[in-house]
Ligand binder design. Structure first.
Ligand SMILES: Cc1ncc(COP(=O)(O)O)c(C=O)c1O
Length: 278
């Protein structure tokens, strides 16, 4: 099946898609994005992703965009891709204009998407878990906005790989544990889930919200509160959450073993409950 791209209303094979070099996403990182997956041809939590996309654009004073048009285009590219389980990447920039830091006068955003077959983590990774390292969070102060400015996330991920771990976890200057390079982070202590509260320092993950909803439905206790690396290292279980990550257990953090070496009982229950909703 073809991997497709959508560029401002036109759908084409991915290799034929181009964008002008004066796109502000390319020049300034002046663009927002979303990543949505489908299961059995049904986009998962589409409205939640679109609401976050709208919020990202509003927070950055983008020109007003008709969300119904975006929604129809997303459904169209999922449909044309034809995958049972597909991933749609959406990127909207503030437009194409001669290079100038100031916003362009024109209100024409640049709207691109791609669709590909979903690349899920293997069952083995979900069962056995991964090792991570912590890194000082040197990202900007509005990590709650999903912008394409992911340079520091990329540096941190590479640092993790170079050190023999699989991913990195950002820690604030106050030793507060924030989130992963492309995921939120949960720990479990005495049967209670704990995750960083929603502040400008983390992305309001759609999977994070879905997991908290599962906790409410199943009366699993949870707390949205700050915790530091000492609490992280001593946790009974820990996992990363995200659209493609789902619930990915952490078995070692900065060399400290977590839990019994594989997915913990509560993490396993949450992964199953999440998949049940897809
Ligand atoms: C920094 C960061 N945090 C958290 C997430 C998880 O968000 P979601 O569950 O909406 O995929 C992502 C996903 O891309 C991310 O990049």
């Amino acid at each position: 099946m073809p991997e497709l791209a959508y560029v401002n209303g036109n759908i084409m094979p991915i290799q034929d898609a181009t964008i002008p070099i004066e796109d502000r996403g390319y020049q300034f990182g002046d663009a927002v994005y979303e990543y949505i997956t489908s299961f059995n041809k049904r986009p998962f939590l589409l409205d939640e992703h679109l609401a976050r996309l709208k919020r990202s654009m509003t927070e950055l004073s983008f020109p007003l965009v008709d969300m119904d048009t975006i929604r129809s285009a997303v459904l169209e590219i999922f449909d044309k891709g034809g995958y049972d389980n597909g991933d749609v990447y959406i990127q909207i920039s503030r437009g194409v204009a001669p290079r100038d830091h100031a916003f362009p006068e024109s209100n024409e955003i640049q709207f691109i998407m791609t669709v590909r077959e979903t690349k899920r983590y293997s069952d083995e990774m979900h069962a056995n878990g991964i090792k991570v390292i912590t890194v000082e969070d040197q990202r900007w102060g509005r990590c709650d906005i999903k912008t394409v400015q992911l340079l520091y996330n990329a540096l941190a991920k590479q640092k993790a790989l170079d050190s023999g771990a699989y991913d990195a976890v950002f820690v604030g200057p106050d030793n507060v544990v924030r989130e992963g390079t492309s995921s939120n982070l949960f720990i479990i202590v005495d049967q209670t889930l704990i995750t960083h509260p929603l502040t400008p320092n983390i992305l309001p993950g759609i999977t994070r919200a879905c997991l908290l909803q599962i906790c409410r439905e199943r009366s699993i206790p949870f707390q949205e509160r700050f915790f530091d690396t000492n609490e992280l290292y001593a946790a009974d279980e820990a996992f990363l959450s995200g659209t493609t990550t789902e619930v990915l257990p952490l078995i070692e953090i900065d060399g400290h073993p977590i839990g019994q070496g594989g997915i913990g009982a509560i993490s396993k229950k949450l992964l199953a409950a999440l998949r049940n909703k897809m």
